[in-house]
Design a protein around this ligand. Structure first.
Ligand code: ADP
Length: 511
């Protein structure tokens, strides 16, 4: 095992890796930008090295400075977390060339899975089903129209170098194709410096189901089962769970085998995830392989009992996987991404200082966070503050437990997605597991319109408080025995808009 490991990341995932290191008896080195000088991941690590000013390009993306920090502190390995440099082939290579161990797959495997068209070719060559479509970049709009006609509308134009949903366009008819291709190419060029675009059949109403894979350096590759990540907004996952209501043991085995074939084909080692679309008829299609630890890894940890981050480190150190699977999930786990966004205002990023933070606890609750009371939340990094994860014996109990945990959570000073998650937990369709990747976008307006059950209590209390204040200020006339209609309407409108603000109104929080 390593003596010391450097963590090339920040926030909750950096802290997660520090914890894994500590349990393994490995010393940890944090890196940080000026914005993170007093962040929990810096304090909890055994050592810390400053990289530079807040912008990522001047700190967390400085590969050479990070490698220099590892060498200077005597770290033997680098864990990249997710995002930042985690899927940059050149960085994995540079780490190896510097004589350090990369806690992740070989640079060659990152490259093999880095282009969507190359990954599709690899998958197809190894009997892993992919979404029908092309495996090479389109020459022009004429070819796009031909291919689209062949597969049938709607189709999806996708950037070969894509990520984060960029460079994607749904095309519903032939007359849209020229404009859509231009737009997709332009966006791809801007985002990735590569305007290669290909065509996929657009699958209506699929679920996003992904398979967690672990592969050691001794030829053992195994599946740890699925995660359901269909609750997405703008292709960003918001709630994840394991297992999926849509996956039977037989389907789990088939998807697991497909993921293992894809990983083997890429010469994969370490932890990785194969993303699939699962359509209504139960057919599944490979989308891409993420060659790093995923944000949502804890739900798999909770239903398998396998510490994925520890195993990433142990595999990198040359250990052999001691288990063979197949893994049948034990109970149910669910994760909500707690972000500094304001759902009531179009998920606008919220900035400021966390003045108060009360964390949920009790049976089956896990908090993977990177912030604390006093943390300044700016716009430099991803808005995800923490992940709230629960485990329970079954899905209904997990939903009830998540609800309870969200009620215990209180974050003051900034807006968060907390109440939004409460509303999802209260939603009848979500409770029945009737979700697919467009579910949230379709449901969002009605989710935000109906007060969450906790919110309803707050709204009523706030309405009463507003009326009382108006009474004290003399703007309403209590002598009539009732409230003036205008004042009551204002109070009602305020109350209806107040569900997000409720947590900030002192003395009204009923728990
Ligand atoms: P990115 O790498 O940009 O995130 P993905 O290929 O992973 O792109 O796709 C992102 C999301 O877009 C998926 O999670 C899914 O919600 C949707 N999507 C991708 N391909 C298709 C498809 N062929 N049909 C329908 N939806 C799709």
């Amino acid at each position: 095992m390593f003596r010391k490991l450097l963590i090339a990341n920040r926030g909750e995932i950096a802290l997660r890796v520090v914890r894994a290191c500590r349990e393994l008896g490995v010393l940890s080195v944090a890196v940080y930008s000026d914005a993170d000088a007093s962040a929990p991941h810096v304090r909890e690590a055994d050592e810390a090295v400053r990289l530079g000013p807040a912008p990522s390009a001047q700190s967390y993306l400085l590969g050479d400075a990070i490698i220099a920090a590892a060498i200077a502190t005597g770290a033997e390995a680098i864990h990249p977390g997710y995002g930042f440099l985690s899927e940059r082939e050149w960085f994995a290579r540079a780490v190896r060339d510097a004589g350090l161990v990369w806690v992740g797959p070989p640079a060659e495997a990152i490259a093999a899975m880095g282009s969507k068209t190359a990954a599709r070719q690899l998958a197809m060559a190894h009997q892993v089903p992919v979404v029908p479509g092309t495996t090479t970049a389109l020459r022009d709009a004429t070819e796009a129209a031909e291919v689209a006609a062949q597969f049938g509308y709607p189709v999806l134009l996708k950037a070969a170098a894509g990520g984060g949903g960029k460079g994607m366009r749904v095309v519903r008819s032939a007359d849209e194709i020229v404009g859509a291709l231009d737009a997709a190419k332009r966006e791809a060029k801007n985002a990735f410096g590569d305007d290669a675009v290909y065509v996929e059949k657009y699958i209506e109403g699929p679920r996003h189901v992904e398979i967690q894979v672990l592969a050691d350096q001794h030829g053992n590759v195994l599946s740890l089962g699925e995660r359901e990540c269909s609750v997405q907004r703008r292709h960003q996952k918001m709630i994840e769970e394991a297992p999926s209501v849509a996956v039977s043991p037989e389907l789990r085995q088939r998807m697991g085998e497909a993921a293992v074939r894809a990983a083997r084909a890429a010469g994969y080692t370490n932890a990785g995830t194969c993303e699939f679309l699962l359509d209504k008829s139960g057919e599944f299609y490979f989308l891409e392989m993420n060659t790093r630890i995923q944000v949502e890894h804890p739900v798999t940890e909770l239903v398998t009992g396998v510490d994925l981050v520890q195993w990433q480190i142990r595999i990198a150190a040359g250990e052999k996987l001691p288990f063979t699977g197949p893994f049948e999930p034990n109970g149910w786990a669910m994760e909500c991404r707690i972000t500094s966004e304001d759902p009531a205002n179009g998920f606008l990023p919220s900035i400021g200082r966390i003045t108060h933070l009360q964390l949920p606890s009790g049976p089956g609750v896990r908090w993977d966070g990177g912030v604390e009371a006093g943390s300044e939340i700016g716009l430099f990094y991803d808005p995800m503050l923490a992940k709230l994860i629960v485990w329970a014996p079954n899905r209904a109990a997990a939903v009830a437990r998540m609800r309870r945990a969200l009620c215990e959570l209180s974050v003051d000073g900034i807006e968060t997605s907390r109440e939004f998650h409460l509303r999802v937990m209260d939603d009848a369709e979500f409770q029945r597991g009737e979700i697919e990747i467009q579910w949230l976008e379709r449901r969002l307006a009605s989710l935000l319109a109906v007060p969450a059950s906790e919110g309803a209590v707050h709204a009523a209390a706030i309405a009463a408080a507003l009326l009382a204040r108006q009474d004290r200020g003399g703007t309403a006339t209590p002598s009539s025995g009732g409230t003036q209609p205008a004042a009551a309407a204002t109070a009602r409108a305020d109350a209806e808009g107040a569900w997000v603000r409720a947590a900030r109104v002192d003395g009204l929080r009923s728990r």
